[in-house]
Design a binder for this molecule. Structure first.
Ligand SMILES: NC(=O)c1ccc[n+]([C@@H]2O[C@H](COP(=O)([O-])OP(=O)(O)OC[C@H]3O[C@@H](n4cnc5c(N)ncnc54)[C@H](OP(=O)(O)O)[C@@H]3O)[C@@H](O)[C@H]2O)c1
Length: 333
């Protein structure tokens, strides 16, 4: 089968189109014919093995390969069709259209990926093509996890820092669906699209700091590593919640003190990415509460370009790689 391979850590050009054997299928696994995979910031970080938060460098390097990547095919989030099921699999059948997350197994940058049926895989939203569906799981699962932890009440003022990214753009939509008044913080090129998906207010972080505007919030969802923790906590109303998706060790420690000794809570969390959350997202999509925003769909041989666009943030929405025949969805949004 065709696959986008990488055999060393490095810049986007380490991604090369090649041929590998189609994965074999275990009794409890499904073989998915991948139609589209999102090129995510996480894929870029794993490819380069460079992360903005440093503390998990060593455990992750041990997990994915010390000298070179153990698994040669990246791709954590996908949409496609079930091609075959193992003898013990009851919940899926060949032909089912699905979307989901491949976890640390990755492998979605290939024509086929074999995954345990217990992984985070669910029926694809009926009203989305494969490209749009592939752009949901990373952003949607992480955003839903944090927005549920935020315990948003109708009328709450919610600020999302890094709102123009895969996770942030879904968080804006979910917070709006929960009745919040949403302030989105990102760079200027994202303003129009963030207002389109529901942001009530926009702050261009390159021009002004949201911490200096004198506005307070009930919830701050912060995806930007290295934010001013003290300033964020000071911006919270009584009972306010600070959620950090990209915590440094010091922030993890300080968040425990904030929650223990003040009337505000601070939570540093990692999303679990469950089937229940993916199913809830599908329902929200089919009900028209949220959608996915695809900037462009590139063919497999342009995988390095896809990574460059994501790394340099020259995009407004998701960059998706069409696997195999290139008809996963629209060309550009
Ligand atoms: N906790 C978890 O479970 C979890 C799970 C997955 C990912 N993550 C982490 O969460 C982060 C966000 O993920 P993602 O996939 O949404 O990333 P992404 O798509 O790259 O989005 C990040 C956004 O933040 C913007 N940004 C950069 N610097 C900023 C600043 N100082 N102020 C405001 N906005 C800024 C970026 O735009 P510009 O660069 O154009 O400014 C971009 O729009 C990643 O670092 C990832 O590693 C955490």
């Amino acid at each position: 089968m065709k696959a986008i391979l990488y055999s060393e850590y490095g810049p986007p050009d380490v991604l090369q189109l090649g041929e590998v054997p189609t994965p074999s299928l275990g009794d409890d696994e499904v073989l998915i014919r991948v139609r589209a995979a999102e090129a995510t910031k996480a894929d870029c970080e794993l490819r380069a093995f460079k992360f903005s938060v440093k503390w998990f460098w060593l455990p992750l390097r041990l997990a994915v390969g010390v000298r070179r990547p153990r698994r040669k095919v990246l791709g954590g989030y996908f949409a496609g069709e079930i091609a075959a099921v193992g003898s013990a699999v009851k919940e899926f059948a060949p032909g089912d259209e699905v979307f989901g997350a491949a976890g640390l197994r990755m492998g979605a940058y290939a024509e086929y990926v074999a995954l345990p049926s217990s992984y985070t895989i669910a029926a694809k939203p009926a009203n989305m093509d494969f490209a749009a569906a592939a752009a949901v799981p990373l952003g949607g699962l992480n955003a839903l996890h944090f927005m549920r932890l935020a315990n948003i009440k109708r009328g709450d003022k919610v600020l999302i820092n890094g709102a123009g990214g895969s996770i942030g753009a879904h968080a804006v939509q979910i917070a709006k669906a929960q009745g919040a008044e949403v302030t989105a913080v990102d760079s200027a090129i994202k303003e129009q699209f963030l207002r389109r998906v529901g942001a009530d207010h926009f702050v261009d972080y390159e021009k002004e700091s949201f911490t200096g505007a004198g506005v307070t919030y009930d919830v701050i969802f912060d995806m930007v590593p290295g934010s001013d923790y003290r300033a964020c906590i000071d911006l919270l109303n009584a009972g306010g919640r600070y959620l950090c998706g990209n915590p440094r060790l010091a922030v993890m420690w300080r968040s425990m003190l904030t929650t223990r000794f003040t009337d505000r809570t601070a939570t540093c969390a990692f999303a679990r990415e469950t089937v229940e959350e993916l199913t809830a997202l599908r329902d929200m999509i089919e009900n028209g509460e949220i959608s996915s925003i695809v900037d462009r769909v590139l063919p497999m041989h342009q995988a390095a370009d896809a990574h460059r666009l994501v790394e340099t943030e020259q995009r407004v929405g998701a960059v998706v790689i069409a696997i195999d025949d290139g008809d996963a969805g629209a060309g550009t949004a």
